[in-house]
Design a protein around this ligand. Structure first.
Ligand SMILES: Nc1ncnc2c1ncn2[C@@H]1O[C@H](COP(=O)(O)OP(=O)(O)OP(=O)(O)O)[C@@H](O)[C@H]1O
Ligand code: SF4
Ligand SMILES: [Mg+2]
Length: 322
């Protein structure tokens, strides 16, 4: 359904391309959830924003294709893409308070989206809005339509944003860290909601820095570092047989009940930020398995199975021991 092929996003200056996101390839089937994980600055949001060109200038697509149901979105005009956003592809952003206009009611927010994408009259649009609020678990939806964003809790506001993303029944919902600002119990309820959305046949691109959460509910996982996908596979493959040292390092940062006496590991060093001029592997400075070649050349993408891919010169042999 969604196929991202070798997409690069960056800045074009005096004819020179300066990539930030490099050669990223991902795919999501209908009704499937793909989780994209990585530390801050790894390029998760830019990759997601490249789908419907949601990034800010001066960023631009430097190469690659984004195919949605056979149509290459990189070839569409701004007008054609505008018609698609909120309809075929919807985004749910991290911060519900900033994403909602404080002077407009929840109902007005939803009706704006419906008006933009459907020819429905006021009565039909209203009942569609009420129904979508109900479907995301908002009680007394008729009343909530009249509420302003500040009158709702953080979890409720996140549900409203998800409802706005769903109201025109998209093929693909892109959720960028939708649970980060929420406490753990509210987070769990929002994840249940995403499971329900998946069951409706909507595909999900779910961005998170929380590998544990992604492994728990996504079908497949892409691990990003320094603007590249360094490992991807099914959740099962990544959970049991991660081969990339960065994936393994992220995994050892997950608190586990059975290891409660062990101190939580921290990956030493910090990730590269912005335009990276490093020739070799961007993880080299922090990697326990680094060897000479890693500093010289970017590791190519190697296919381990139909679904499992890896970019590393010296991967963990036979998978990460759990
Ligand atoms: N408009 C822009 N101009 C220049 N650089 C940018 C722009 N937007 C993002 N970047 C840089 O691109 C890199 C990747 O950014 P991105 O927002 O995709 O990271 P992320 O993985 O989503 O991080 P986070 O977890 O903090 O949201 C970052 O280093 C960021 O500084
Ligand atoms: S290529 Fe080298 S530095 Fe990069 S992750 Fe693999 S072993 Fe580590
Ligand atoms: Mg981000």
């Amino acid at each position: 359904m969604l196929k991202i092929e070798n997409i690069s996003v960056g800045i074009l200056s005096d004819g020179t391309a300066m990539p930030i996101v490099r050669d990223v390839s991902l795919s999501i089937a209908q009704g499937e959830a793909l989780g994209v994980v990585g530390e801050s600055g790894s390029g998760k949001s830019l990759t997601a924003q490249s789908v419907a060109r949601m990034y800010q200038s001066p960023l631009t697509i430097l190469g690659g294709r984004v195919e949605l149901d056979g149509i290459d979105l990189t070839k569409l005009s701004e007008r054609e893409l505008h018609a698609l956003r909120g309809k075929a592809v919807s985004y749910v952003f991290q911060d519900p308070l900033n994403a909602l206009n404080p002077t407009r009611t929840i109902g007005q927010h939803l009706l704006d989206v419906i008006r933009r994408h459907t020819p429905e009259g006021p009565r039909e649009a209203r009942s569609r809005a009420v129904e979508v609020l109900r479907s995301v678990g908002i009680t007394q939806p008729e009343e909530r339509m009249r509420a302003y964003p500040h009158q709702l809790s953080g979890g409720m506001r996140q549900r409203v944003l998800i409802a706005m993303g769903l109201v025109c029944v998209p093929k693909l919902l892109i959720a960028d860290e939708p649970t980060t600002a929420l406490d753990v119990t509210v987070q769990a309820r929002i994840i249940d909601l995403f499971r329900d959305i998946q069951r409706r046949g909507i595909s999900l691109l779910f961005i998170s820095h929380n590998l544990d959460l992604v492994l728990e509910f996504c079908d497949s996982v892409a691990v990003m570092y320094g603007g590249r996908v360094v490992e991807r596979g099914t959740a099962e493959e990544i959970g049991r047989e991660a081969r990339h040292p960065y994936t393994a390092a992220l995994m050892s940062c997950i608190p586990r009940i059975e290891n409660k006496t062990e101190t939580l590991k921290v990956i030493p060093g910090s990730p590269p930020v912005g335009i990276d001029k490093v020739q070799g592997c961007p993880f080299a400075a922090r990697c326990e398995r680094v060897q000479d070649q890693c500093w010289q050349e970017m590791p190519p993408i190697e296919r381990l199975s139909e679904t499992h891919e890896l970019s590393c010169w010296n991967p963990i042999p036979g998978g990460r021991a759990n």
